[in-house]
Design a protein around this ligand. Structure first.
Ligand SMILES: [Zn+2]
Length: 509
């Protein structure tokens, strides 16, 4: 079994989850499910980043302790993941004692490599990013991410010798596919060419964090703390057996705003610590709503929980994975959401499952596979046989929208197969041999579509598979075999059609 360890970023516990968090995590879950069904030894890690000056400040504003603040936010994240059918293997919290041990162990390795030294930092600091910025990185006086003024600070603290890894990082990014997609790789190469500067690796301003070993009045820089979660999650340093089973990670899935930390800081820290590098960092794009930036300040937001409550987790997963080319920016509108739901899920997939199960139940007396496959069956089999390669290629290149579209295209072919072979006419004519062949091919093709939809629509596709085949989808079920014996159950529509006006209603916040 191939180990497949993949991660979402750990989300900052300053606020409840928004649609962007849902997007990353749904994508990671779809990839994890694809690899599980392939029989890989999968480990999906997610979690929350609970340290830093911002948490302290927000907790104080709310009259909470930092612990109460992060407990509340973490509970909101796990509740959302349950609702969206996210099947993670571990939810790591950076306030866990085991994570603190991982951060300290990593720190000690950096120290042993001679990559930590005392220095004085003076300059612009964005407390929201928890990051210092060079003058040329600022937009006017403002943080390039938040567009808000930075603080001017000066303090003596520990620095990490990032500059020492300039050449190694350049080779890594230029000569391998470590950073994906290409646009992000070029962006990182640009940053490397400007020359990498050492960064300050501890903070005196901050109380809420992991203390620097031997210097209890300083905490370890929150990004070192946060990145170390990828080690903690699989047992570093307490459980070396699990750690060796899964490290190095196959994939860190991130939003494009944090690539600098994942594509430069993280590999440099690992090189310094003498640990193997992850295989790949893939950065997806940003979501907009109705063509505008999603922002709590302007009220232009999408609440993933409300959306899932209204339309179901599968519909939310489907829209995000299918409508947005993975890696690029994409837009959410209710109108497009409802239109896609109706076209692809209600009219195509839901309808196929309904037709196939209803036909099979109505003609349950028809003997199985008495007739010979004809031209429509041969064409259907060809389409079915190509499905595996196409879906696999799409998932392996992180083209999640393509994976969804390939299965959707096959669903369309099966619906057209039913139209063309007209089983209702065969029944009326008493052509039962031929009807048996058509029913077997219809059921098996619909089952296959359900099987391939599982990573994207886990709930509906599993339900559909049970209805069509009398069994849950299992690894190895991805081949087309119309001689399978199916136990069919007819159920209510999987995706009841929505009135298009539903798309015009503004979602209550
Ligand atoms: Zn900022």
């Amino acid at each position: 079994m191939t180990a497949y360890y993949l991660t979402t970023p750990i989300y900052y516990a300053n606020d409840v989850p928004h649609i962007g968090h849902a997007y990353t995590t749904i994508a990671a879950d779809a990839l994890a499910r694809f690899h599980r069904v392939r029989g890989d030894d999968v480990f999906l890690l997610t979690g929350t980043d609970e340290h830093g000056i911002n948490i302290e400040r927000i907790a104080a504003e709310l009259g909470l302790t930092p612990t109460q603040q992060v407990d509340a936010v973490t509970a909101a994240f796990s509740a959302l993941w349950a609702e969206l059918d996210i099947e993670y293997d571990r939810f790591v919290r950076t306030t866990e004692p085991t994570h603190r041990r991982a951060v300290v162990a990593l720190w000690q390795r950096l120290q042993a490599s001679g990559d930590l030294y005392r220095g004085v930092y003076e300059g612009a600091y964005c407390p929201r990013c928890e990051a210092y910025y060079q003058p040329d990185e600022l937009v006017g006086r403002d943080c390039p991410v938040h567009g808000l003024p930075c603080d001017n600070v000066a303090e003596e603290n520990w620095f990490f010798r990032l500059s020492r890894y300039q050449d190694a990082l350049e080779r890594l990014v230029r000569e391998t596919d470590f950073v994906q997609p290409t646009a992000r790789r070029n962006e990182i190469l640009g940053v490397i060419r400007q020359g990498l500067r050492d960064f300050s690796a501890s903070r005196r301003l901050v109380r809420w964090g992991v203390p620097v070993p031997g210097a209890p009045d300083e905490v370890i820089y929150v990004w070192i703390d946060a990145l170390a979660n990828y080690l903690t999650g699989i047992g570093y340093p307490d459980d070396p057996k699990t750690f060796e089973r899964f490290w190095p990670a196959k994939l860190h899935l991130v939003g494009k705003e944090i690539i600098r930390f994942h594509c430069l800081y993280w590999p440099a820290l690992l090189l310094s610590a003498g640990l193997p590098l992850p295989q790949q960092v893939f950065a997806h794009g940003w979501l907009t709503k109705d063509g505008n930036k999603i922002s709590k300040t302007t009220g232009n937001t999408v609440d993933p929980r409300a959306l899932a409550a209204e339309f179901g987790a599968d519909a939310v997963r489907y829209y995000l994975l299918r409508a947005i080319p993975f890696g690029q920016d994409g837009d959410f509108t209710r109108r497009a959401f409802v239109a896609r739901y109706n076209a692809d899920l209600a009219n195509d997939f839901g309808n196929l499952v309904q037709r196939a199960t209803t036909l099979a139940a109505r003609h349950a007396h028809v003997p199985v596979a008495q007739g010979k496959p004809g031209a429509p069956e041969i064409a259907l089999r060809e389409a079915a046989d190509q499905l595996s390669d196409r879906v696999t290629a799409a998932f392996e290149s992180f083209a999640l929208h393509e994976a969804a579209s390939v299965v959707g295209h096959f669903v369309g072919e099966v619906n057209r197969y039913i139209d063309k072979t007209a089983p209702w006419t065969l029944a009326r004519q008493g052509s039962f041999d031929r009807l048996g062949v058509v029913l077997d091919h219809t059921l098996e093709a619909a089952r296959l579509a359900a099987w391939y939809y599982v990573p994207i629509l886990p709930r509906a596709a599993t339900d559909a598979h049970c209805r069509l085949a009398g069994a849950r989808p299992l690894p190895g079920g991805g081949t087309f075999d119309p001689t399978r014996r199916h136990v069919v159950n007819v159920g209510p529509p999987l995706f009841p059609r929505l009135a298009q006006q539903v798309g015009d209603v503004t979602l209550a916040k």
